[in-house]
Ligand binder design. Structure first.
Ligand SMILES: *[C@@H]1O[C@H](CO)[C@@H](O)[C@H](O)[C@H]1NC(C)=O
Ligand SMILES: *[C@@H]1O[C@H](CO)[C@@H](O)[C@H](O)[C@H]1NC(C)=O
Ligand SMILES: *[C@@H]1O[C@H](CO)[C@@H](O)[C@H](O)[C@H]1NC(C)=O
Ligand SMILES: *[C@@H]1O[C@H](CO)[C@@H](O)[C@H](O)[C@H]1NC(C)=O
Ligand SMILES: *[C@@H]1O[C@H](CO)[C@@H](O)[C@H](O)[C@H]1NC(C)=O
Length: 301
């Protein structure tokens, strides 16, 4: 046996294995680099809300294409949601429908969550994962700073008079106002949340399409918690709704769930719905907390 020949072979093998490892690492990196993350901001705010998470993505998953949606910021966040959804679809359609991307991930905060529902239900997108940070996904019924900001003359108990009218539906908040004491009016007027949930008296001719579109998402991740302080009830972030006694009834008790009106039940039964309750996070901190990013966003990137 020629020892030097053997060690030479050994070295070749070593170099070969090292090259393989390097190639694997490079490909691994490259595959991460081909994902797209879209961020949709909340009411009375803008794309900069996601500056912190963008920094974290650049750090943990360098090369990921991050797109913070810089539309309908600040005061224009009150514009009716179908208008916002249509314009966002136009602007970000090529990314939302990209079949070559290694994964399109839509991350939304607060009102951005209900806007995202509109996008995901109304187009043939290619979004793989939808992550909602404290979104009023099943509506809002509460006196919060933004209600007082836009509608200082109203209280939550009487604002249905405005919101459940054609004029009221010309505001984003009216579009997802869900007053448990005036459900007949809600079903007669809510042309956004009511349509998304297929619970209006008037018929949505596209309800089946809306459902098929929503089911294109592989995984839906819902994050919310009892110390939120703005989304009311906070369980709306998990599709919970107040009943007529203002007791929160969970998603499973809702007709839209039981009839699988937009695919929520299908997603849940297939293990594609991931619901997380996180205490001690106030509304403005969901997107500013590293733990939230690490536990609930990073695993999907
Ligand atoms: C779609 O993804 C591919 C592969 O990552 C990329 O080259 C292309 O630029 C993307 N298209 C858009 C519109 O983002
Ligand atoms: C629904 O709205 C129509 C007008 O758009 C009105 O005629 C009807 O009375 C309303 N019904 C309820 C239950 O509010
Ligand atoms: C509300 O509470 C009352 C009294 O506790 C009860 O009779 C009624 O059935 C409740 N309504 C709903 C919708 O749960
Ligand atoms: C939506 O509701 C209507 C009745 O109001 C029903 O005919 C239709 O099948 C529902 N769509 C879906 C997707 O469940
Ligand atoms: C709640 O959050 C505050 C502020 O982030 C922190 O100082 C405190 O330790 C937290 N409390 C618990 C019980 O996690």
């Amino acid at each position: 046996m020629d020892i030097s020949r053997l060690s030479h072979q050994g070295r070749s093998l070593q170099i070969f294995l090292l090259s393989l490892l390097l190639l694997w690492l490079l490909c691994g990196r490259a595959s991460h680099a081909q994902k797209d993350v879209l961020f949709m901001h909340g009411i009375l705010s803008g794309a900069q809300e996601f500056d912190y998470f963008t920094t974290l993505i650049n750090e943990y998953r360098p090369g990921t294409r991050v797109h913070a949606i810089k539309m309908y910021e600040e005061l224009s966040s009150i514009i009716p949601l179908w208008d916002q959804v249509a314009a966002i679809r136009d602007e970000f359609g090529p990314i939302l429908t990209n079949t070559s991307s290694d994964g399109v991930i839509l991350v939304s905060y607060s009102q951005g969550g209900i806007i995202s529902r509109g996008i995901l239900q109304s187009m043939k997108h290619n979004v793989e994962t939808f992550i909602s940070l404290s979104g009023p996904l099943a509506g809002q019924f509460g006196d919060t700073y933004y209600l007082r900001f836009f509608f200082p003359l109203f209280l939550k108990d009487n604002i249905y008079r405005l919101f459940y009218s054609d004029i009221g539906q010309d505001t984003s908040v009216g579009n997802y106002w869900n007053d448990p004491h005036h459900q007949d009016l809600y079903r007669n007027f809510s042309n956004y949340l009511g349509l998304l949930n297929n619970e209006t008296f008037f018929v949505n001719p596209q309800s089946k399409e809306f459902r098929q579109n929503f089911l294109r998402v592989k995984n839906v991740v819902l994050i919310g918690g009892p110390d939120d302080g703005v989304i009311t009830p906070w369980q709306s972030s998990h599709f919970g709704v107040y009943d007529a006694n203002e007791t929160v009834q969970p998603m499973e008790k809702q007709k839209f769930y039981q009839t699988d009106a937009f695919g929520l039940k299908t997603l849940n039964e297939a293990g594609r719905l991931h619901i997380h309750t996180v205490p001690n996070i106030t509304h403005t901190h969901w997107h500013k907390t590293e733990m939230i990013f690490e536990k609930f966003v990073l695993p999907w990137l």
